[in-house]
Design a protein around this ligand. Structure first.
Ligand SMILES: Cc1cc2nc3c(=O)[nH]c(=O)nc-3n(C[C@H](O)[C@H](O)[C@H](O)COP(=O)(O)OP(=O)(O)OC[C@H]3O[C@@H](n4cnc5c(N)ncnc54)[C@H](O)[C@@H]3O)c2cc1C
Length: 389
């Protein structure tokens, strides 16, 4: 039997994925439409996800997590996303926060926070984006000033996943706004909710419903030095972006789930809907669409697993993760659009599931770095690896 890592085997993977697939069919499929249309936070599903250990999926076993390799984690996300993409965001952003602590935190920070993250007792996400700074992360304005005994933080973050229902975030701030280059003045804090940390508003969205996206306001919010990840100022930019490879693999996996889910819906519908006396799947025009959709979904899956395997080998994989994220999210968007067209007028109806895929897919082109940025990252990394001889 081949090993995925020292404590997680392919047999373990098969059992886990089978369990996730059954749970998705039994618990998620029957309720997804109702929750999505009501934009209702799925408290009961979150409780089940806690029970299954999903909030510790990629956290090491020594801290109470499942210690899953990125390949298994990506497959798990694909299964859930093929039915209900948005709920994967509830544990993914949380796991990126946990990764920052596990990769860069002090021993004390790891021992204190990781078991609480793994159990889901403390849940949250990554707070980077601000009203005036998304792609240009070094342009953030939230500032932490040391007053001799603690940091006093002021500023606003926006679009933060799990920002309302969660109880902590990994918070990116400027500790030296005059630093040059700008990234040297950035620091990352573990920021639990207490006085001075309030939720401004819930963002209303086209899709990606049920998960909360919040504006967070920090008004003389105070944190002790023990909350500074790694204990040293100026490391925040690398700590925050250091988790993005896994984050991009996750978004790629969501794209695969959406692309495969949309394909399946279209294929099922095309086999039963009849026009001109035969199922529409017998018209060549529909077969051409299905052929392209199936190829896109498969290519997206293979690119995503390729990036996840590079990540598991401990290799630098920003190019591979970027390719997977870029291709899979575009595949999700194209497949959900084509699937909607195959459904004809019913594709435009809220009675059918396909309209949700059409609304959810665009997020995967934006989150964890827009696809415009992914192409720049891919090109630069490709040239770096292939300089003129
Ligand atoms: C539903 C949702 C959930 C989110 N969750 C989180 C979260 O949990 N935490 C968090 O911190 N953020 C989150 N975000 C924010 C997300 O990461 C940002 O929206 C994204 O990084 C883009 O930033 P922006 O919206 O400010 O766009 P901008 O940076 O203003 O970009 C606008 C456009 O310009 C393009 N562009 C910008 N700079 C360049 C360049 N140099 N070259 C070429 N093109 C460029 C972009 O690709 C884009 O097309 C979320 C967003 C959404 C919609």
């Amino acid at each position: 039997m081949s090993q995925l890592n020292e404590h997680f085997t392919t047999e373990d993977e098969a059992i886990l994925l089978e369990t996730i697939a059954r749970w998705t069919e039994r618990e998620l499929k029957p309720i997804v439409k109702e929750y999505d249309h009501a934009d209702r936070y799925p408290h009961d599903i979150v409780a089940q996800m806690k029970e299954m250990g999903l909030f510790g999926a990629t956290i090491s076993t020594q801290y109470g997590g499942l210690g899953l390799p990125a390949t298994t984690y990506a497959k798990l996300v694909m299964i859930i996303s093929s039915v209900w993409m948005s709920i994967t965001g509830i544990f993914n952003s949380h796991l990126i926060m946990a990764l920052a602590v596990e990769k860069f935190g002090t021993e004390d920070q790891k021992n204190l926070w990781l078991p609480k993250f793994a159990s889901g007792e403390v849940r949250g996400g990554l707070a980077l984006t601000e009203p005036d700074a998304g792609t240009d992360l070094q342009g953030i304005r939230t500032q932490a000033k040391w007053n001799g005994s603690e940091y006093v933080i002021n500023g606003t973050k926006t679009w933060i996943s799990n920002g309302i229902e969660g109880s902590a975030v990994a918070l990116l701030v400027k500790t030296n706004p005059n630093a040059e280059p700008r990234y040297k003045g950035m620091s990352l804090f573990i920021a639990p909710k207490h006085e001075g940390f309030t939720v401004g508003k819930k963002m209303e969205k086209l899709g990606y419903k049920c998960i909360d996206s919040g504006e967070l306001v920090f008004d003389n919010y105070k944190l002790g030095k023990e909350h500074l990840i790694g204990g040293e100022e100026g490391q925040g930019f690398f700590q925050a972006t250091g988790g993005l490879e896994l984050g991009r693999i996750n978004v790629a996996a969501r794209g695969v789930g959406l692309a495969e889910g949309a394909l399946r819906l279209a294929s099922d519908y095309a086999q039963v809907r009849k026009t001109f006396g035969k199922p529409i799947c017998e018209h060549q025009a529909i077969q051409l669409k299905l052929g392209e959709m199936a190829t896109r979904a498969r290519a997206a899956r293979l690119l995503t697993l390729d990036a996840a395997m590079a990540f598991d080998r401990g290799e630098r994989c920003d190019m591979e993760a970027g390719m997977a994220k870029f291709f899979s999210s575009e595949a999700a968007l194209e497949n959900s659009t084509e699937a909607m067209r195959i459904h004809g007028g019913y594709g435009y109806s809220k009675e059918y599931d396909i309209e949700r895929y059409y609304r959810d897919s665009p997020l995967t082109c934006i989150g964890e770095g827009t696809n415009e940025m992914q192409r720049l990252i891919i090109a630069r990394q490709y040239m770096k690896r292939n300089p003129v001889a």
